[in-house]
Structures are given as structure tokens and as C-alpha cells.
Design a protein around this ligand. Structure first.
Ligand code: ADP
Length: 259
């Protein structure tokens, strides 16, 4: 009798990962990537093995935020080795293709690029993989949420009405595919004046907390708008890496514990 070679067992690329958690926002520019990086560092400071997958293909900011340079190397089985920064494993489309290339991709190409990025990276053993999602609630986001076996999703929003409406859509999207909402983070909740130390509620106050209560999802905490945070991010030295026990580092640690 003809003996057939056994089919290679399907290896789940995410098998060595405890929890895959999406960080999402309804629209761009609300600080989703900044939040992802600082939450990852906060989880790391709590002793967990953490990775970040930057799936925000249209505006990959992970290389800038973590100060990553060069291209990721190839490991066993022709899998990409994630890059390392501040104790985190990191992979981003921004490390693989030129910004102008991904910008013109259509939905299906974005999806296949992200799926490939998940499958072809040797993450090794991780307790948590944070996925920095592309902003919005379209088909690509929905497919990504469905295809990734997400343990949960964190929604980032500013206190502004418009951003909150978008966050609401994000929550509805994750609910549709049965992904538990771990909670809402309010970014830029107030402006901390570096000169006088006064807090100014530029985008209004308490919007995300009230919205979280209305939607019956946990409110994870608020992060102020500060010059320090922006400067740290731009210089590739995130605030929670620089000073995990400082005031901002502690805010991110509290949010990470509440997740
Ligand atoms: P998104 O991923 O939602 O597009 P980013 O995380 O890239 O947003 O943030 C957009 C810009 O806002 C960046 O320049 C970032 O440094 C800045 N930023 C984000 N959150 C804060 C904050 N809390 N304080 C100051 N600047 C912030």
C-alpha cells in the first residue's frame, strides 16, 4: 500500500503566548500607540514577558517609540526574530516595509500582511502580546479581532465627544466577535502645565469614565497630556522605561493592574 507522508501538524504561531490583547481606538491620533508601549513596559515592570505587535500598518510608530533601527533578523525555520527594546519583544510593519509602500495597500493586503506578521514571527514564550491595532472599526479591524484569538481588548479614547463616539463603535465591534472589553483608557484626560503644575481639562473632563459606566465596561484610568510624555515618546525612550516608578509610570502601572 502507498504510504502517505503525514501532513505537517499545523503549528499555532501564537501557541507560546499566554494572552493576546488588542489595544484599539476608534480613530487615529488619540494616543493608542503611546498607550500600548507604556502599558507593555508597565506589565514588564511587573515581571511579565511582554511583546508588542504593531499592526497599525498605515502609521506604524513602534520603531520611533522604542527607538528601533535596522531590520529584524531571521531565526530558526525562516521565522523573523522580534527586535528587543527595554525588555520587550517587538515587531512592526514599519521595520519591514517603507512607509510609502504600506500607505497605498488596500484592506485585503493589509489583512494578509498582518496575518503573515503574526504567523512568521518567532515570539517564543510570552505572557502577554499587545497588538497595536490599526485605528478604526472597519473590515480589517474586525477580521483581525476574529483571527487572533484575542483574550481581550483595551480601548483608548480622549475625553472628547467625537473620540468617544468612535470608541463606542470599537466596543460594539469587539462585542460582535465576543472579545471581552478589558476597559477604556482615557488619554489626554487633562493638560498638566509644566510651569504652574495646574491641570487643565482641554478636552472636557470625565468623558471616558462616564461613557465606560454607561457601556458597562471597566474604566481603567486617565493619562494626562504632558510635554514630558510626548518628548519621551519622540526620543524613543518611553516614559515608563525611563522612570517606571515616576508619576506617569505609576499611572500606567495602575492601568496595567486594572486590565
Ligand atoms: P495613535 O497611535 O492613536 O495614532 P500616538 O500614540 O501615535 O496616537 O500619539 C499621537 C501623538 O500624540 C504623538 O506625537 C504622541 O507622542 C502624542 N501623545 C499621545 N499621548 C500623549 C499624552 N498623554 N501626552 C502628550 N502627548 C501625547
Amino acid at each position: 500500500p502507498q504510504i502517505k507522508a503525514p501532513k505537517p501538524a499545523k503549528v499555532d504561531p501564537l501557541a507560546g503566548i499566554g494572552h493576546v490583547i488588542a489595544v484599539a481606538s476608534g480613530k487615529g491620533g488619540v494616543g493608542k500607540s503611546t498607550t500600548t508601549v507604556n502599558l507593555a513596559l508597565a506589565l514588564r515592570a511587573q515581571g511579565l514577558r511582554v511583546g508588542i505587535l504593531d499592526a497599525d500598518i498605515y502609521g506604524p510608530s513602534l520603531p520611533t517609540l522604542l527607538g528601533l533601527h535596522g531590520k529584524p533578523g531571521m531565526g530558526e525555520g525562516r521565522k523573523l526574530k522580534p527586535m528587543q527594546a527595554y525588555g520587550l519583544s517587538a515587531m512592526s510593519m514599519g521595520l519591514l516595509v517603507e512607509a510609502e509602500t504600506a500607505m497605498v495597500w488596500r484592506g485585503p493586503m493589509v489583512m494578509s500582511a498582518i496575518t503573515q506578521m503574526m504567523a512568521d514571527v518567532d515570539w517564543g514564550r510570552l505572557d502577554v502580546l499587545l497588538v497595536d491595532m490599526p485605528p478604526g472599526t472597519g473590515d480589517a479591524q474586525l477580521a483581525l479581532a476574529q483571527g487572533t484569538k484575542l483574550a481581550g481588548a483595551v480601548i483608548v479614547s480622549t475625553p472628547q465627544d467625537l473620540s468617544l463616539i468612535d470608541a463606542r463603535r470599537g466596543i460594539a465591534m469587539f462585542r460582535k466577535v465576543d472579545v471581552p472589553i478589558l476597559g477604556i483608557v482615557e488619554n489626554m484626560s487633562h493638560f498638566l502645565c509644566p510651569d504652574c503644575g495646574t491641570a487643565h481639562a482641554i478636552f472636557g473632563q470625565g468623558g471616558a469614565e462616564a461613557e465606560a459606566a454607561r457601556l458597562k465596561v471597566p474604566y481603567l484610568g486617565g493619562v494626562p497630556l504632558t510635554m514630558e510624555l510626548r518628548a519621551a515618546s519622540d526620543s524613543g525612550q518611553p516614559i515608563t522605561a525611563r522612570d517606571p516608578e515616576g508619576p506617569l509610570g505609576q499611572i500606567y502601572q495602575q492601568i496595567a493592574r486594572a486590565m
